[in-house]
Design a protein around this ligand. Structure first.
Ligand code: SF4
Ligand code: SF4
Length: 89
């Protein structure tokens, strides 16, 4: 199923991505850098640890993984043919 979001024109998501980003809570320091940088609003802080709020608007930019100095974010690409697509490639 294809999903769109009026906040992000020209973008669509193919369902079936699953939880392709995970957080290693043991490593997470709760710095909230991932929350601040994520354009999709995918993270939240609960009990001083980052959690995935929703990956529905994830654009697979990997910024969260790069910004996390604790190396606590595990990013795997969604399975082939699913996830973020844009009309710009
Ligand atoms: S950037 Fe990394 S260490 Fe900081 S809150 Fe997010 S997952 Fe935790
Ligand atoms: S890959 Fe990009 S859009 Fe997806 S959760 Fe990380 S920072 Fe947010």
């Amino acid at each position: 199923m294809v999903r769109t979001n009026p906040e992000f024109p020209g973008v669509e998501w193919i369902n079936g991505t699953g939880q392709f980003i995970q957080i290693n809570e043991a490593k997470c320091t709760g710095c909230a850098n991932c929350v601040k940088i994520c354009l999709g609003g995918c993270f939240e802080i609960k009990n001083k640890k980052a959690r995935i709020k929703s990956l529905q608007n994830c654009m697979e930019c990997m910024c969260c993984s790069y910004i996390c100095e604790a190396d606590a974010i595990i990013f795997n690409w969604p399975k082939g043919g699913t996830g973020y697509k844009s009309e710009w490639g």
